[in-house]
Design a protein around this ligand. Structure first.
Ligand code: TPP
Length: 322
């Protein structure tokens, strides 16, 4: 069993993500936010486990469901809330909403709402790391809904061919929007797609943060030493709908309940307790995270909204004025 320091750190990351997303969901329900919100509540162990073995300068990319990955990689929660509020102080100056957080200072090359598109972007990070000769690795977090996209297969091929320091992390939560995985993929394991490329791959319990961390540690260490890419398929589940407001007619309540029983935060707390580690500290962590998120929301709510003129900044126009 892991030491208390590690348990506390992983728990803190998951608790912060949980509280960030719970607050965001509430703000939307209360009419304080506009736009789509895709929550990853229930999936926190993947973000926390993988990002725990990454350094600040390692790269990640993520999807429309990327709050957790950005929080775990060290994005400022204040700036994330400001972005969701449409404020000029947000990560993209309030232009993008929740699906496009990027913070190159902490290695976040961007969340991306185009399914699959985050994968070749992370591949570019891995290619640059390889050409520059450093020890950086690049991680793409993507859903199983991205697996049928051509760019994912091209990226697997190139990462294998050039032995790039790239980790493919598929968060298999069983549904692509409203479509169960068995309806859009013939393969039963996403990990099997790595085999023809001779990329090492594992299918893991994505709700067990220690298992995710252990697999990521091995894969990242190998990639740093020039051993090439790896694919981790993390089996997990989103408690909420595809987006907030989704009526969820495509799945049974009992299925959701069964997965809620396997809450990644309580799974970790139970394992810590079984090993005789005092778990009172985890409650303190929950309170600290709740305070941090409350302060971040308060701060973000007070920032000025983005100005309408800012909309056309960074928009390309050629010299003919076309
Ligand atoms: C290229 C592309 N096709 C379709 C969509 C519409 N779309 C948005 S999310 C989604 C499903 C994504 O499922 P998955 O990759 O498993 O991620 P999850 O939502 O489960 O986290 C689809 C089809 C899109 N955004 N981009």
């Amino acid at each position: 069993m892991a030491d208390l320091e590690l348990v506390e750190r992983l728990y803190r990351t998951m608790s912060l993500i949980r509280r960030f997303e719970t607050a965001a969901g509430r703000l939307l329900a209360d009419g304080e936010l506009a736009g789509f919100l895709h929550l990853s509540i229930g999936q926190e162990a993947v973000a926390a486990g993988v990002c725990d073995v990454l350094g600040r300068q390692d790269h990640i990319t993520t999807t429309h469901r990327g709050h957790g990955h950005c929080v775990a990689k060290g994005a400022r929660v204040e700036a994330m809330f400001a972005e969701i509020f449409g404020s000029a102080e947000g990560y993209c100056g309030g232009r993008s909403g929740s699906m496009h957080v990027a913070d190159p200072d902490v290695g976040i090359l961007g969340a991306n709402a185009i399914v699959g598109a985050c994968v070749p972007i992370a591949l570019g990070g891995a290619l640059s790391a390889s050409m520059l000769g450093g020890r950086k690795v690049s991680v793409a977090f993507f859903g199983e809904g991205a697996v049928a996209e051509g760019v994912v297969h091209e990226s697997l091929n190139l990462a294998a061919l050039w032995q790039l320091p790239m980790i493919f992390v598929c968060e298999n939560n069983g549904y692509a929007e409203m479509t169960p995985v068995g309806v859009h993929l013939r393969a039963t394991n996403v990990a099997d797609y790595a085999a023809p490329h001779r990329i090492p791959a594992e299918t893991l319990d994505g709700n067990d943060v220690l298992a995710v961390r252990a697999a990521a540690e091995k894969a990242v260490a190998r990639a740093r030493e020039g051993g090439g890419p790896a694919l981790l398929e993390c089996r997990t589940y989103r408690w909420h709908g595809h987006f907030e407001g989704d009526a969820q007619r495509y799945r049974d309540k009992s299925e959701v309940e069964a997965w809620r029983e396997r809450d990644p935060l309580t799974v970790l707390a139970a394992r810590a307790e079984e090993s005789g580690l005092p778990t009172d500290s985890l409650k303190v962590i929950d309170e600290e995270c709740a305070d941090k998120i409350a302060l971040a929301v308060e701060w973000a709510r007070d920032q000025l909204p983005a100005r309408a003129e800012a909309l056309t900044a960074h928009v390309y126009r050629d010299r003919t004025g076309a």
